[in-house]
Design a binder for this molecule. Structure first.
Ligand SMILES: Cc1cc2nc3c(=O)[nH]c(=O)nc-3n(C[C@H](O)[C@H](O)[C@H](O)COP(=O)(O)O)c2cc1C
Length: 168
């Protein structure tokens, strides 16, 4: 193969998006469950960054739902590793397809509990009043995750310090 063609091939990324949901198998118990989730988050942030995989993880006491985006090989490897994790079960792939661009530029995580915003989003994206990914389509789940993550990131943003008005 021509050297230039080989170089270009190396640069091409086959961008993929995979969406799945699963049952949360972490035994309830506030402290230990929180510790496990924190560990998943820290580990995912490290490994996904190395693999250039971005996405979002949503959870509550019953379910996980995750979007993984990146090179198709990296997404597949990440997903295969996640599948063997005992902290969840009954994994269902909603969608796995090539995409033109990423929706998530970083790695995000959100809690699908109840708040005014989350409840409004359930009404918009789901036929239920709580988080039940088994009753959602890939599109509605993706829309829901995007909106919730956007909201949480907005909340997490530091408020810019107000400029002091100095009277002269
Ligand atoms: C719901 C769920 C989502 C996870 N998502 C990721 C992920 O996106 N990236 C990742 O590296 N590990 C993720 N993990 C953790 C992996 O399943 C696994 O514990 C870890 O990657 C193993 O890493 P190791 O091979 O370095 O021990 C997830 C685990 C769960 C339960």
């Amino acid at each position: 193969m021509h050297r230039k063609t080989r170089e270009i091939r190396c640069l091409i990324m086959y961008l993929h998006r995979l969406i799945y949901y699963s049952k949360n198998a972490i035994p309830p118990g506030q402290q230990s469950a929180y510790k496990e989730i924190k560990q998943i988050l820290n580990h995912s942030m490290d490994r996904n960054k190395t693999a250039n995989v971005t996405g979002a993880l949503l959870f509550n006491q019953n379910y996980f739902a995750q979007v993984l985006e990146g090179d198709r090989k990296a997404v597949t490897q990440t997903f295969c590793r996640v599948c063997t994790d005992q902290r969840h079960s009954d994994i269902v792939i909603l969608e796995a397809k090539p995409v033109a661009e990423r929706i998530f530029l970083n790695w995000s995580m959100a809690f699908a509990g109840h708040s005014d915003v989350a409840d409004e989003l359930y009404r918009r994206f789901s036929p239920h009043s709580d988080f039940q990914p088994s009753k959602m389509t890939a599109d509605s789940l993706l829309g829901f995750i995007c909106e919730l993550v956007k909201h949480e990131e907005h909340l997490a943003k530091p408020v810019a310090p107000r400029k002091k008005v100095v009277a002269v």
